[in-house]
Design a protein around this ligand. Structure first.
Ligand SMILES: *[C@@H]1O[C@H](CO)[C@@H](O)[C@H](O)[C@H]1NC(C)=O
Ligand SMILES: *[C@@H]1O[C@H](CO)[C@@H](O)[C@H](O)[C@H]1NC(C)=O
Ligand SMILES: *[C@@H]1O[C@H](CO)[C@@H](O)[C@H](O)[C@H]1NC(C)=O
Ligand SMILES: *[C@@H]1O[C@H](CO)[C@@H](O)[C@H](O)[C@H]1NC(C)=O
Ligand SMILES: *[C@@H]1O[C@H](CO)[C@@H](O)[C@H](O)[C@H]1NC(C)=O
Ligand SMILES: *[C@@H]1O[C@H](CO)[C@@H](O)[C@H](O)[C@H]1NC(C)=O
Length: 567
């Protein structure tokens, strides 16, 4: 569209809207078939099982696996950490000292990634592994696009207060991490050696805070689902128990149990996500999908790989009125366990990965498939539209099949490029591959590419490195002609891409910002969240979406960039 015409149309648009007319009727010509979602399997494999994944820079994702016998080598032994280059789809092993098997993780307010806890054991033939259950591993911030020169830092004196295998971590309002739960040593299936407590990194006090909530949630309380609320408190789900934890007062408020007997934390992995927060009220709503309805006193030897996962999604508005109203129930198109819920920058939620039946773990239920406690991989993703009417929110129309089972020990994350990186799956003890293995150790990496990846996209031309809270910023953008429409829907999302493992995306967050595009289509003005409770200070990715076509993300530091605590 010529520039002058665009300006004139921009000026007319508000009048036309008042008149209720559409000033831009669809052109009367055959449009090319709209592009769909596609899976793209990369040539290079991850070389380690991508059982934990976190985006650590605009171009790099960090994977952790169990320290075992992975094919990727470093310094003469199998690696268990690797950097995946999002631009070239290539892998580089990184040297990890301690065993990161089933660790938690998050980015801190200064941009450093912290990997938390892990496993104590070694592995035959890989003698250099140190116990990881009390470890803290730090990485970055890494400014090299290829990761060259960026190393993982492990100080034997920098440790958790206690041993934690299967803990969760999430960044809170002062930029530090709240760390929850886990067990002390490797155990089979349920949490039989629990650490029912919270602590912080960096430390806020010299002893852990016991948690009555985690106690009540035994025996299926591993990788508790933590969500930082916009008032600074933390919403938590473990098993079928739900609370709001007041970090500052160290008190819990009990919320209604998940309805209908559904349980959602490891080894019964359902997934949980904070729906997008929008100004001016940033009203928090939590969505919980999948998991399984079983009596959690049944021992694993009496469970089977064929017990169906639930289709149930439960949603609650975390305000006094919302809590009084309780959970609203709806259903996915199929049952899922060990899947992920992920934010799409336009505010929809992607549901991907997982199994239709069975449980997390391996070699513990009665009728394993090979070693797998689960079966019936779900290969087709769905999309959840939060503002659609109840009963009409979930669809898989036009979604492709991945062709690759992503069961226990798989991960998925949104990337700064705007697509989803999917890897891992290994319901086995170490590397098991070969003909006839239904659920092998999976080293293939895929992206799930939204339709906008194959059309001209908006571009954020530049962005300040740091954004202060509660401020207005104007940045240069460029829009393809196809999107230069004054009545186009404009969305600007400030996102934490989160840390993916065991069917949960810890720290994942999407905060919409009030925004508008200048009439000439060349600049974008947006207002940052009011404070670090709405978006915990730290790294963020800003995406501009115009009529569901999303730009590449701009990597920014929200807040001062100082080490935690930032207050
Ligand atoms: C991926 O592999 C295919 C088939 O071997 C080859 O044609 C293609 O060039 C490769 N692509 C890249 C990016 O290496
Ligand atoms: C939650 O689980 C506990 C322990 O198994 C059980 O007693 C309680 O009835 C469950 N709540 C609901 C709503 O099913
Ligand atoms: C498990 O099964 C055995 C018999 O196979 C039975 O004796 C035991 O009571 C069962 N335990 C539970 C908790 O279901
Ligand atoms: C896994 O393999 C290791 C090494 O071979 C062995 O020591 C361990 O007992 C195995 N664990 C399970 C649960 O099979
Ligand atoms: C945000 O800034 C506005 C003025 O631009 C001010 O009125 C408001 O109090 C500020 N809010 C916070 C949370 O600081
Ligand atoms: C970020 O903060 C953490 C916690 O205080 C600290 O351990 C780490 O060294 C800091 N990173 C950098 C790059 O200074």
């Amino acid at each position: 569209m010529p520039y002058t015409l665009f300006v004139v149309l921009s000026l007319l648009a508000p009048l036309a809207r008042l008149a209720g007319a559409n000033p831009f009727p669809a052109p009367n010509r055959a449009l090319p078939r709209a592009p769909g979602w596609t899976f793209d399997t990369k040539n290079e494999t991850s070389g380690i099982v991508a059982l934990e994944s976190i985006v650590v820079s605009p171009t790099l994702a960090l994977f952790f696996d169990r320290a075992s016998d992975d094919p990727l080598q470093i310094n003469g032994h199998s690696a268990w950490g690797a950097l995946w280059n999002l631009e070239t789809s290539t892998v580089t092993a990184i040297d990890v000292v301690t065993n990161s098997f089933c660790a938690g993780g998050a980015l801190l307010s200064n941009g450093t990634m912290a990997s938390i806890g892990g496993d104590q054991t070694g592995f035959p033939g890989n003698p250099i592994i140190k116990p990881g259950n009390q470890a803290i591993r730090l990485f970055g911030p890494c400014s090299s696009p290829t990761g060259e020169g960026c190393t993982l830092f492990e100080d034997p004196n920098l440790v958790l207060l206690t041993k934690r295998w299967y803990p969760s971590a999430t960044r809170i309002f002062d930029g530090s991490l709240l760390i929850a739960g886990g067990m002390h040593f490797e155990g089979v299936f349920y949490n039989v050696d629990p650490e029912n407590s919270f602590e912080f990194f960096p430390r806020k006090e010299e002893s852990v805070r016991p948690s009555a909530f985690l106690e009540r949630a035994l025996p299926a309380n591993l990788f508790p689902r933590l969500i930082a609320l916009p008032d600074g408190k933390v919403f938590m789900i473990a098993n079928n128990q739900t609370i709001i934890y007041d970090v500052e007062a160290n008190t819990e408020t009990i919320l209604p149990d998940l309805p209908n007997g559904v349980r959602v934390t490891n080894p019964i992995d359902g997934s949980v996500i904070l729906l997008p927060l929008s100004p001016p009220d940033f009203t928090p709503e939590v969505l919980v999908c999948g998991g399984t309805i079983i009596d959690d006193t049944i021992q694993p030897g009496n469970l089977t790989s064929q017990i169906p996962a639930t289709t149930q999604c439960s949603r609650i508005t975390v305000t006094p009125e919302g809590i009084a109203k309780g959970w609203e129930v709806e259903h996915m198109l199929e049952g899922r366990t060990m899947h992920e819920l992920l934010h799409i920058p336009n505010g929809q939620i992607l549901i991907t990965n997982g199994a239709g039946t069975g449980f997390a773990g391996y070699n513990s239920v009665q009728d394993t498939i090979g070693n797998s406690n689960s079966d019936h991989a779900v290969l087709v993703p769905s999309i959840y539209t939060p503002d659609a009417p109840l009963g009409q929110r979930i669809s898989n129309r036009g979604m492709p099949s991945s062709g690759i089972a992503r069961l226990y020990h798989s991960s998925a994350t949104l990337t700064p490029q705007g697509n989803f990186l999917i890897g891992g799956s290994n319901p086995n003890n170490g590397t098991v591959v070969g003909a006839g293995i239904k659920f092998p150790s999976e080293f293939r990496i895929q992206t799930l590419d939204p339709p906008f990846m194959s059309v001209p996209r908006p571009q954020i031309v530049s962005m300040p490195e740091k954004l202060a809270f509660n401020k207005s910023f104007t940045v240069p953008i460029s829009l393809p002609t196809s999107l230069k429409r004054p009545d186009a829907k404009v969305q600007v999302a400030l996102m934490d891409l989160g840390f993916s493992t065991h069917g949960f995306h810890a720290g994942a967050r999407l905060v919409f910002m009030d925004a508008n595009i200048s009439p000439d289509g060349k600049s974008l003005t947006f207002v940052t969240p009011p404070n670090g409770r709405v978006y915990p200070p730290g790294p963020a990715t800003v995406f501009l979406t115009v009529d569901d076509v999303t730009s590449e993300g701009a990597w920014v530091m929200m807040g001062s960039g100082n080490a935690p605590p930032t207050l």
